[in-house]
Write a protein that binds this ligand. Structure first.
Ligand SMILES: [Zn+2]
Length: 81
């Protein structure tokens, strides 16, 4: 199973629905990615779109940015005496 989230997903119009990440239901959601399983012997490939509410979309973007930003302070080793 693969989960793929994209910060800039194909521009699909926002729709009312359920957020995959939080308990909000019937809110404005945007498609942020999909869960996919590859096909193989005995099973077919499948894709499940994931929709997130605006709040969670922002939080996912923050998670993504924080994971790639450099440390706030460069590590400086203590000087030997
Ligand atoms: Zn949400």
């Amino acid at each position: 199973m693969n989960i793929h989230l994209a910060a800039t997903h194909a521009a699909e119009p926002p729709a009312l629905g359920n957020c995959f990440r939080c308990p909000r239901r019937g809110v404005q959601t945007i498609r942020v990615g999909e869960i996919s399983t590859p096909g193989g012997p005995g099973h077919t490939a499948a894709e499940t779109p994931l929709f997130a509410c605006r709040t969670c979309e922002q939080e996912l973007i923050v998670i993504h940015q924080r994971a790639h930003e450099p440390p706030a302070r460069r590590y400086v080793p203590a000087r030997p005496h």
